[in-house]
Design a protein around this ligand. Structure first.
Ligand SMILES: NC(=O)c1ccc[n+]([C@@H]2O[C@H](COP(=O)([O-])OP(=O)(O)OC[C@H]3O[C@@H](n4cnc5c(N)ncnc54)[C@H](OP(=O)(O)O)[C@@H]3O)[C@@H](O)[C@H]2O)c1
Length: 308
């Protein structure tokens, strides 16, 4: 496929690689809807927040600190509610959950967008590898804490990545969640993104019999602050050629915004999307037993975290 074909081709949804978040929501009114977006201060999260607010949604924008969330929310037109949510700090995640409840916010969508990628050296939080803890455990705590705030037709959208295919062969290394028995920047990032995908699958299974949905997305490859930890040589080539061959931020935010809002996806759950269309994940991304085990292990991890 030529680059031109890649950028212009459309899938069965009518959207494709080159579609932007504004295009996938054109004509859609989100007035009366409330959407929580994590990582609202940068890259895809900021663009998703901007477009959701533009279409009339009230956006609860979370960032590591309230100052960052406020500054990001101030930068978009529409109704926004800034909140702090540092995903690697259970106390901050619990405080965010408590604040959403205190404000009485009913959520139509929880968009788990925040993430870190390819940390060059092993870093940990509470004894767990930091990408697994931030990208998966932080969001697991947030979403499970907010389930009663989700409306009857509420949607949970998890930012996974095509990089989930870089996860270890065995899927999730349950005997090495600390990373102490071996660490690799991309393999561990891949593991955290496979965890995001498996979480959506298991949540979808638990939503069975309701009208709530849970799906996962790969946004594409986009030059954002996500590359800040990347190997400098790779970073240099990304910087040089990125704008020519990668998706733009508006294109990168399209798939998450599409899955969060498109009326045709009201009954679609437990799926994986890329370029605004359903896509195929790695085989074990569909492994129900693995997804169930990850949920149970995550529950145990959360139950053992310090209460304050
Ligand atoms: N860009 C791509 O090519 C690509 C490809 C596949 C998947 N993704 C996924 O897309 C999502 C968005 O990435 P992006 O490209 O927009 O990256 P980005 O510009 O770096 O934005 C990431 C966001 O996550 C926040 N974040 C990081 N660590 C956090 C923590 N401990 N607690 C709370 N928030 C935290 C960041 O906050 P700070 O700014 O304060 O650090 C930022 O707001 C990520 O989940 C990523 O894995 C991106």
């Amino acid at each position: 496929m030529s680059l031109y074909e890649l950028f212009t081709s459309k899938g069965p949804s009518g959207f494709g690689y080159g579609s932007t978040a504004e295009q996938v929501t054109e004509g859609l009114s989100l007035t009366g809807k409330t959407v929580l977006v994590t990582g609202c201060n940068s890259g895809l999260g900021h663009e998703a927040m901007r477009v959701l607010a533009l279409r009339g949604a009230r956006v609860v924008g979370t960032a590591r600190t309230l100052e960052k969330a406020k500054a990001a929310c101030d930068g978009v037109k529409g109704e926004t509610v800034p909140l702090a949510c540092e995903l690697s700090d259970p106390k901050s995640v619990r405080a965010c959950v408590a604040e959403v409840k205190r404000l009485g916010l009913k959520l139509d969508v929880i968009l788990c967008n925040a993430g870190i990628m390819a940390l060059p050296k092993l870093e940990q939080a509470h004894g767990y590898e930091l990408q697994f803890f931030t990208n998966h455990i932080g969001h697991f705590m947030l979403v499970t804490g907010l389930l009663e705030q989700l409306t009857d037709t509420g949607r949970v959208v998890m930012l996974s990545s095509a990089a989930h295919t870089m996860a270890p062969k065995e899927g999730i290394q349950f005997d090495n969640l600390s990373g102490a028995k071996g660490y690799s920047d991309w393999k561990n990032y891949g593991q955290s993104k496979l965890a995001n995908l498996l979480f959506a699958k298991e949540l979808s299974r638990r939503f069975a019999g309701t009208k709530k949905t849970a799906n996962a997305v790969h946004p594409g490859v986009i030059q954002t602050n996500l590359g800040r930890h990347m190997n400098p040589v790779m970073g240099f080539f990304f910087g040089l050629f990125g704008p020519l061959v990668l998706k733009s931020v508006p294109q990168g935010a399209a798939t998450e915004v599409y899955v969060a809002t498109n009326p045709k996806l009201a009954d679609v759950t437990g799926r994986y999307f890329a370029d605004c269309n359903e896509a195929k994940s790695r085989a074990d991304g569909d492994d129900a037993a693995l997804a169930k085990k990850l949920w149970e292990v995550s529950e145990k991890i959360v139950s053992e975290l310090p209460a304050s």
